[in-house]
Design a protein around this ligand. Structure first.
Ligand code: NDP
Length: 309
């Protein structure tokens, strides 16, 4: 019998339980799934950072912690976590992110706001350039960044990507490391941030990196709030270095009502909805990881605690 503890907010339990049962039944192992267990009896924890389990010390027999979230910055440094940690990667999450990034990229590329907000009897001449004339840079070429970059490359954007380690992705000019960051950002018209929040990525968008971009560039951030130095961003928007920032994630969430981003005319705020873990596809990945754990096979999407993601 495999004992599986669901530790997330009660509303998520209601959304997930049916799909988890269906996925576990399909995977064919004997299990008990519940929101309460004596800690020492728990084999696997399905985990969200805002759930009840924060101290993992008593979970002495737990074989893995399976995060419902893709970003693991709030658990990766948890000293009580000694078990393997797997993060969420699944096709529903990826599809949602590709749709959100593509939509917001096309809004800026096609200069849609000019026509949506500018219809006051003025005949606004001038078609936008073709996508191939825009340099688009995706910082982070992981599960989400690669899928977004590949989709945008199919629309002919001059697509560049940046990762920590060297990579090769068809249709994308790949860069890595410090020099690679400068190459990727220099002259970029649209920058999409899909990096994890780690000490190495904090404030990666700052006055120096913003100065590398094409004049009037756009920043789109569905990654994490701390990737951007907010003060430098506002300064660049006010000076015209940037023409717009579309931000889905923030240092403090929900974004406080008094935050200047809410009223800045060149900032679009979306409430951390770029993508989300969807129960049907997420449940399948969780079931597969438990099946692997029970079969002694390596887990999928293991977090590198040293690298922080
Ligand atoms: P992955 O771990 O698959 O990819 C992370 C990418 O960032 C990798 O390409 C990695 O490089 C790169 N990277 C990490 N650190 C550095 C560094 N120091 N320098 C250069 N590159 C670096 O993550 P995902 O693609 O699954 O997710 C990305 C982020 O998106 C998540 O961490 C989360 O914060 C955010 N997210 C936001 C959501 C939303 O709704 N707004 C929803 C889901 C996720 P390498 O390939 O070399 O390892």
């Amino acid at each position: 019998m495999v004992n599986i503890l669901f530790s997330a907010q009660p509303a998520r339990w209601e959304e997930f339980r049916t799909y988890l049962h269906a996925a576990f039944d399909k995977a064919g192992f004997n299990y008990t799934l519940t929101t309460e267990f004596p800690p020492e009896q728990v084999d696997y924890i399905i985990y969200a950072p805002n759930g009840p389990v924060t101290d993992l010390t008593p979970y002495t027999n737990t074989k893995a912690v399976l995060s419902l979230w893709a970003g693991v910055e709030s658990i990766v440094d948890n000293k009580t976590l000694t078990q393997p940690l797997c993060r969420m990667v699944n096709h529903g999450l990826t599809e949602g992110m590709v749709e959100w990034v593509t939509g917001h990229t096309l809004r800026h590329h096609l200069e849609m706001d000019r026509h949506i907000h500018g219809q006051s009897g003025t005949w606004l001449e001038g078609a936008p350039p073709l996508a191939r004339e825009r340099k688009l840079c995706v910082l982070g070429l992981g599960a989400l960044g690669t899928a977004c970059a590949q989709q945008l490359a199919t629309l002919n954007f001059d697509t560049h990507g940046w990762s920590r380690r060297e990579k090769s992705v068809t249709g994308i000019t790949c860069h890595h490391g410090n020099t690679g960051l400068t190459e990727a950002l220099t002259g970029a018209d649209i920058v999409v941030l899909l990096l994890p929040d780690t000490p190495a990525t904090t404030n990666i968008i700052n006055a120096d990196t913003l100065a590398l971009l094409a004049k009037g560039a756009v920043i789109i951030n569905p990654g994490r709030g701390p990737l951007i130095d907010d003060a430098a961003l506002i300064k660049a928007l006010d000076s015209g270095t940037l023409s717009h920032a579309t931000l889905d994630v923030f240092r403090v969430e929900p974004l406080p009502p008094e935050h200047p981003f809410w009223v800045h005319p060149k900032v679009t705020v979306t409430p951390h909805i770029a993508s989300e873990t969807r129960p049907p596809s997420a449940s399948e990945v969780i079931a597969e990881n438990i099946r692997r754990g029970e079969a002694g096979e390596p887990f999928l999407h293991l977090v590198d605690r040293e690298a922080g993601y």
